[in-house]
Design a protein around this ligand. Structure first.
Ligand SMILES: [Zn+2]
Length: 239
């Protein structure tokens, strides 16, 4: 339907200028316009539920879902991540808020949730990923050695237009990307897989490929849709 279809044509056709006919035509055009708007709204409502969690819900609850950290992909793959902080200069409590951003990055974009445990010992997980924080790791921000992740306490990153909050969370999320078999993608500062920026975004390929890897190492329970907050589990007398 073109815009012209619902324009008032008075100026184009003076022969139809009797008031009654004009009002009648005006009503017709208005109705067509309202119908047009209704079709537009309806198509939006139709398009949104491609995401399985949005099926059969009212517009109001769709909005609520959109405002929450609803996962972009289902099922949610849950991966255990043990964060070792015995050598860090940051407190375990500080890590709770820093590390929760890892899930803001990964869960919302890829439906991958890291069940994070903050510990003050070096015992590794048998079924998950391990990450250590230290004041200095030889000048690196962080790296993945093919098995474990080493992190600097305070990575130094370059600007991104839409930045992550914490450089430690961003770098940890980037290294987890490597652990999920992603390579660097240097074409934009906004990319999570760009080296040394505050970017956090994944593209469709990265999302898909990381999910394939995640499926292999994830916990079997994929029912819960949300990640729990990072948990502190300290052993007494270690520090
Ligand atoms: Zn890297």
């Amino acid at each position: 339907m073109s815009r012209k279809d619902y324009m008032c044509q008075e100026s184009f056709d003076n022969r139809n200028s009797k008031i009654g006919l004009h009002v009648f035509k005006h009503l017709i055009y208005q109705s067509v316009f309202v119908l047009f708007v209704a079709i537009l709204l309806f198509s939006e409502a139709e398009a949104a539920p491609e995401n399985a969690v949005l099926t059969d819900v009212s517009l109001k609850s769709m909005q609520a879902v959109a405002n929450s950290q609803a996962p972009a992909h289902l099922p949610v793959y849950r991966i255990k991540l043990r964060v070792h902080v015995a050598n860090s200069r940051r407190s375990p409590q500080e890590f709770v808020s820093i590390l929760s951003e890892i899930n803001t990055i990964w869960q919302t974009q890829a439906g991958i949730c890291f069940e994070i445990q903050i510990v003050n010992h070096d015992t590794t997980l048998a079924d998950g990923l391990d990450m250590w924080f230290s004041p200095d790791i030889g000048g690196y921000n962080g790296y993945y050695d093919g098995e474990h992740i080493q992190m600097s306490d305070a990575p130094v990153l370059a600007h991104a237009a839409n930045p992550a909050r914490s450089s430690a969370a961003r770098t940890a999320a980037h290294e987890l990307g490597h652990a999920l078999d992603l390579r660097h993608r240097q074409d934009s500062d906004e990319n999570l897989m760009r080296s040394r920026t505050y970017g956090w975004q994944l593209n469709a390929y990265e999302t898909l490929h990381a999910r394939e890897t995640a499926a292999e190492i994830a916990m079997k329970d994929t029912f819960p849709l949300n990640c729990g907050p990072p948990k502190i589990k300290l052993e007494e007398g270690f520090k």
